[in-house]
Ligand binder design. Structure first.
Ligand code: NDP
Ligand code: 2IT
Length: 444
């Protein structure tokens, strides 16, 4: 494989999709050496087959807002790879959603899911619908209209969506309700469901908890731990909230949170009481993080990201490309020793270069945020078994999976000086599993 040739061809074939090109380039560059050791991979044209999704569904959605106006949105489901299990991945509702964004996410998901040790393929979907400022009734009507189109393409053994940005428990509930009404089956077709109707305990916590478990594993290998560390966290949604909670469990001190308007800096630390307020603010009131600064009398920096604060550990948990080269340089100059991504592709390629050159601990999202989809996999297992496990059981399995992913990264990413290239480790580890499965199943 010649990475630049593959990329050039892909860009020509699928122009104007910068996030997709970025995700593919990162993976190809880090698997190149390993790939070229296996002539059979080239013989089966694995790279091209693995970069391009199996299929993409595109559909228009109409729904009626509270004023009686008929609204139109675009929606998509990208089924990327079914090599190792049913298509699996979240749904994103955000105005920035377009096929290129979802293609990057579905591509990443395929390798991430392979790393979890569970049998799940890769997918992603969503819509340019903006849930901000919408009433519960509007969100419900939108979700129902979305499922009215999607239901034929998904199923518990075919494709199992879940949440992502703008899609949480409320939306999954509405989507599940409509699927059930249309098919008259009560099956595990979505994950992140309510506990009363087949959801798994710990699924809401899993991505944030898993990210911090992964950071702890990286630090442990260096004889260190999260205990006593000051932590910058971006975002204030599902992943960020539970990253804060796990930091507190492990004795670390989270000091920042953010949203698309700016970040709060609370040098005293975001404790359990303040976290409870954040959960209420974001999940019930659906307010802005600046209200935290007003309530607790701390700093709110409008239009900025939290990477300028002096911390030991950084956990980007908001969105793609939210940590750039300048941010990376500032974090390192301020003594940051560990970055674990809760979000998908939050660091730009230039930032990753700076971070890796500094040789600090750095985990890419497909390794460190895999706890969310892994616990979705555990939800699927429980649905198939028609039983539910306790919090303790699911949490113990989540921890074990994060430790196993860490071990895979160490296996494939160990450098001559003994340090670990977690980007290479995660990409090669995920790729090898999918590649072997594809070869075994023939040209399909
Ligand atoms: P939520 O919708 O719960 O929260 C998203 C947070 O990120 C909000 O604080 C939001 O602020 C902020 N944000 C979103 N877009 C932007 C933007 N363009 N610029 C600045 N801030 C932004 O989503 P999640 O917490 O579920 O997801 C966060 C990240 O984690 C995403 O990258 C997602 O793909 C990834 N992830 C999620 C998993 C899950 O299980 N939920 C699993 C694995 C990864 P605002 O409200 O102002 O938009
Ligand atoms: O990016 C992700 O891994 C998710 N949004 C979770 C997907 C899932 O199916 O649980």
């Amino acid at each position: 494989m010649n990475v630049q040739e593959v990329l050039a061809k892909l860009k020509l074939r699928f122009p104007h999709e910068p996030e997709y090109h970025q995700a593919v380039e990162e993976v190809l560059l880090s698997i190149e050496d390993e790939y070229n050791k296996h002539p059979e991979f080239e013989k089966y044209n694995l790279i091209e087959r693995l970069c391009i999704p199996d299929r993409i569904f595109t559909f228009r959605i109409n729904w009626i807002d509270d004023k009686g106006v008929v609204q139109t949105n675009m929606a998509y489901r990208i089924q990327h790879s079914m090599a190792i299990g049913p298509y699996k991945g979240g749904l994103r509702f955000h105005p920035s959603v377009y096929p290129g964004l979802l293609k990057f996410l579905a591509f990443e998901q395929t390798f991430k899911n392979a790393l979890t040790t569970l049998p799940m393929g890769g997918a992603k979907g969503g819509s340019d619908f903006d849930p901000k400022g919408k009433s519960d009734a509007e969100v419900m009507r939108f979700c129902q209209a979305f499922m009215l189109e999607l239901w034929k393409q998904i199923g518990p053994d075919t494709d199992v969506p879940a949440g992502d940005i703008g899609v949480g428990g409320r939306e999954v509930g509405f989507l599940f309700g409509m699927y059930k009404k249309l098919t008259r089956t009560h099956v595990g077709v979505l994950t992140g469901k309510g506990n009363e109707f087949g959801g798994s305990l710990i699924r809401p916590e899993a991505t944030g908890y898993g990210t911090v478990y992964f950071a702890e594993e990286m630090l442990k290998l260096k004889g260190d731990s999260m205990k006593g560390k000051t932590v910058a966290i971006s975002g204030s949604g599902n992943v960020a909230q539970y990253a804060v909670e796990k930091c507190l469990h492990l004795g670390a001190k989270p000091v920042t949170l953010s949203d698309s308007s700016g970040y709060i800096y609370d040098p005293a630390g975001i404790d359990a009481e303040k976290l409870k307020y954040v959960m209420w603010l974001k999940e019930e009131k659906r307010g802005r993080i600046s209200e935290y600064a007003e309530k607790y009398g701390c700093k709110f920096v409008a239009g900025a990201r939290p990477w300028e604060v002096k911390v030991d550990v950084a956990l980007p948990c908001a969105t793609q490309n939210e940590l750039d080269e300048t941010n990376a340089k500032t974090l390192i100059a301020n003594g940051c020793i560990c970055i674990a991504e809760g979000a998908n592709m939050p660091s730009t390629p230039e930032a990753i270069e700076v971070i890796q050159a500094a040789n600090i601990l750095y985990a890419p999202g497909k390794a460190s945020n895999a706890g969310g989809v892994a616990t979705s996999g555990l939800e699927m297992s429980q649905n198939s078994l028609k039983l539910s496990w306790t919090r303790e059981e699911v949490d113990a399995r989540l921890l074990k999976i994060m430790q196993d992913i860490h071990a895979t990264c160490v296996q494939y990413g160990k450098k001559a000086d003994g340090s670990i290239d977690y980007v290479k480790g995660a990409n090669v580890g995920g790729f090898m599993k999918v590649a072997k499965a594809m070869i075994a199943q023939g040209i399909i």
